[in-house]
Design a protein around this ligand. Structure first.
Ligand SMILES: Cc1ncc(COP(=O)(O)O)c(C=O)c1O
Length: 468
């Protein structure tokens, strides 16, 4: 089985990517280099069909879907009611900027915003655009120049969101001159805790950095517009902040007259077992960024919600490109929210997260497991190399090896070049399927724990999507 995976049809499609996509030019030489050291190709699939909790590759092999369109399918793949609603909107409106569905969805969103305190909405196409829009709104509302963001955060793939996010110093090369308005602060995640500090001391330090270090050494507090924060680092490795950190940010924002912007593109709309990530911390942001799940897994839809006084009267702010708030995107969002209410989807997600928590609670006993971290169905497991591994082996190879074994046995999760495997099951996943997927994952962990691995450092096939 190992030799034939991925199957021939999947492999043939992946190979077409070598001449078409990023890094194809260096693929052969990298494969040869890795092959000389005895490593296997990183496993990848190409989705040929998607339905409910599953996807199928080009060879007809079925996988439990923990990848979830990169956390964009809250109700599973190709939900028929959402597809129907999208088709109806397309048939009726085609594409026009103004149509009644924009109003309907904005009303529904106002109703579910934290404490109903963010009643105004501005549509965007993607989470990237929405995060940028939130920052522009904050700058223009406060008439200030700086935004504080965090290392290891992720806000998108435009130049602005790259410099706002936690790109490493190396990856930020050539972007230096674009980063003038972003001030980076440490996010208190536990791998970074300096020696001698415990977690709560490090949280205190990070808050001190925001409130004191930045304002005394980097920018005057009256020139800072706000803090852009994810209430749970997702792309940055599934780090879940403490209440003290999020509540501390709220207090600092209030004390300094800064805006708190919560980027909920990934944590929002039920992913964490509550409607919004901030709901776990009892804080209300001034601006909230939403995307991903709002698409219902069918049609992009994103935007920002804000307080009346922030978005209700601001001539300097403008945003919303041609395809922001399409009829199809809004129809997808409306149907998704209707199903959330009808099927109590967020409650189901919270239940599933307890089931998953019970199953994963013993995993830290494995030598290669560093930590299990989850908030609702924002789930991740970070890995380290086995204790007897060669010195030059890197921890992320272990994550890759586990994830490869999972794929081989029919479970698809996310592991890019990182030490963490992330799992984003649909919020309405069948409990039996969730249990089966996690059982396969534990078997994969046990296998790599016992046998080590010989994969992980082969170059991935260049793919048409981020198909890790
Ligand atoms: C927190 C956060 N903000 C923004 C984005 C960017 O969203 P999009 O990829 O839809 O542009 C992402 C994407 O993963 C995200 O996780």
């Amino acid at each position: 089985m190992t030799e034939e995976f991925p199957g021939p049809k999947t492999k043939a499609v992946l190979e077409r990517g070598i001449t078409l996509f990023r890094n194809g030019l260096k693929f052969e030489s990298e494969m040869e280099k890795a092959g000389r050291r005895g490593f296997r190709a990183v496993r990848q699939i190409v989705v040929d069909k998607a339905k409910g909790d599953f996807v199928w590759d080009m060879d007809g092999k079925r996988y439990i879907d923990f990848q979830n369109g990169w956390a964009t399918n809250p109700l599973g793949n190709t939900h028929p009611e959402i597809i129907e609603a999208v088709h109806q909107a397309q048939n009726r409106y085609g594409f026009h900027y103004d149509h009644p569905l924009r109003y309907d969805l904005a009303e529904m969103l106002a109703d579910i915003m934290p404490a109903k305190a963010l009643p105004r909405f501005n549509y965007e196409v993607s989470g990237t655009e929405a995060a940028e829009a939130a920052v522009h709104l904050a700058l223009t509302h406060t008439k200030r120049r700086y935004i504080i963001t965090f290392d290891s955060s992720f806000h998108g793939c435009s130049i602005a969101t790259k410099v706002l996010g936690g790109y490493s110093a190396e990856k930020s090369t050539y972007l230096e001159s674009w980063a003038g308005g972003a001030i980076k602060a440490p996010y208190p995640y536990s791998d970074q805790i300096p020696a001698g500090m415990d977690e709560s001391q490090y949280v205190e330090y990070c808050l001190w950095y925001l409130d004191n270090h930045i304002t005394s050494c980097i920018a005057a507090k009256d020139n800072i517009a706000g803090i852009l924060v994810e209430p749970g680092l997702a792309e940055g490795g599934n780090w879940i902040p403490t209440s003290g950190f999020l509540q501390g940010i709220r207090k600092i924002c209030d004390a300094n007259d800064w805006l708190m912007i919560s980027d909920e593109v990934l944590t929002g709309l039920g992913r964490t077992g509550k409607m919004w990530g901030v709901d776990h911390y009892d804080v209300i942001p001034d601006i909230l960024v939403v995307g991903k799940n709002l698409s219902g897994g069918i049609e992009p839809c994103a935007g920002i919600a804000a307080r009346d006084d922030i978005l209700g009267d601001n001539d300097a702010f403008s945003s919303g490109s041609t395809f922001a708030g399409t009829p199809a995107g809004c129809a997808a969002g409306i149907k998704t929210l209707e199903i959330y209410e009808r099927d109590k989807v967020v409650e189901h997600a919270a239940h599933l997260s307890r089931v998953a928590g019970d199953i994963m609670s013993g995993w830290e006993q494995y030598d290669i497991v560093r930590q299990v971290r989850a908030s609702g169905l924002l789930m991740g497991v970070s890995f380290k190399k086995p204790h007897d591994a060669p010195a030059d082996e890197e921890d992320w190879w272990t994550a890759r090896a586990v994830r490869g074994k999972m794929l081989e046995h029919g479970v698809w999760a996310i592991s890019d070049q990182a030490v963490t495997i992330r799992m984003y099951p649909a919020l309405n996943m069948d409990e039996k399927v969730l249990r089966e997927g996690l059982e396969v994952m534990e078997t994969a962990i046990r296998h790599v724990n016992e046998h080590g691995h010989t994969e992980g450092n082969m170059p991935p096939y260049p793919t048409g999507s981020a198909g890790f």
